[in-house]
Design a protein around this ligand. Sequence first.
Ligand code: NAD
Length: 343
Amino acid sequence: MPLYRGGLIGLTGIGANPAPADPSRPLAGPMPVSHAGAYALLPNIELVGVCDLRLEALDRFRAVWGAEWPELRYCTDYRELLGLGLDFLSVCTSDHAHAQIVVDGCAAGLKGIFCEKPIATTTADADRMVAAAAAAGIPLQIDHTRRWWPVYQLARDRLRAGEIGELKAIQASRCHPRAMLFRNGTHLIDSVVFFADSDPDWVFADLEDGFEDYVEYGGDGGRDPSREPGVQGYIRFRNGVRAFVNSHKQAMSPYTIELLGTGGRITVVDPAGLEVFAEGRTTVHPVPTWTRTGISAALDELIRCAEGTRPELTSPGSEACRTLRIILGFLRSQAEGNRRVAV
Ligand SMILES: NC(=O)c1ccc[n+]([C@@H]2O[C@H](COP(=O)([O-])OP(=O)(O)OC[C@H]3O[C@@H](n4cnc5c(N)ncnc54)[C@H](O)[C@@H]3O)[C@@H](O)[C@H]2O)c1
């Protein structure tokens, strides 16, 4: 019998997509592609209610998942959902519609909250989310999904083991028609934060042509790439690590992270490969197979943290705030003539 009661708000693809048909696809085996898929996979939790403002989203959810949870409550007001005595909550609403739900969730007696990335679109919102979770004494996990992909964990283990000496610089590249600053850029920038392991100090940036006057988030949650710019940005971290982020909508390159150390280089070619160049030679490392990756690993970890059987989250709200501060710093730099700004 499941121990815990879960709720889910926001029923588009990331919240509600069914498991992929072909489980032999790389990264598609035990990795569900949605929060609903993660709840279905974990044996110790079940969904008891879902919520969306749109009735058609609720209908679609019922059609896809109704057989899995026949007793499910369907709500259009998230406050009704929060009244169902939930233990854990997933927040999959639009980028700018996370904050109030998380704050209200913290006051609803939950054991933990799993919120989609980016944590928010303003620091005021992000700060009140983190403060509300701290005041309630519950873990707040943000779905910067790559943090639970084996190749990222392997790369960080090798880095921390000193295989390339001291980390000095990071190059992060994702060039694609959907390489927008908030929508997909948040993953790229969060990868940098994950490896830099320090507070960002200052940044400067140059946004995509045509976005010279783009000073605050103007996206529509990521549906339309023409509403959000790509970016070339530089980040200086307090521990001395320097990073360059290259996210260009008109160029093409795979999602690549290079970690440059005093004794070598680790190259992460997302999602499948890891190369370590050290002592004059390159070694290709196989990526370990995990039983859980991505969203289900993140939810599993959140539950364990709430139980006290895992000491810390891989993607706590405080880390996601670092990522958001960098994104917002890029916007301020652009607004101030591409100059260096403190974040
Ligand atoms: N981790 C990932 O790889 C990944 C992938 C896709 C999307 N996302 C994130 O997931 C979130 C959702 O993305 P999207 O593109 O589906 O957004 P969207 O704006 O298209 O859809 C959000 C859904 O939430 C519902 N909603 C909004 N406010 C609500 C409220 N107050 N109460 C109930 N329902 C509400 C909307 O009706 C809609 O169905 C975003 O933050 C996005 O960045 C993450």
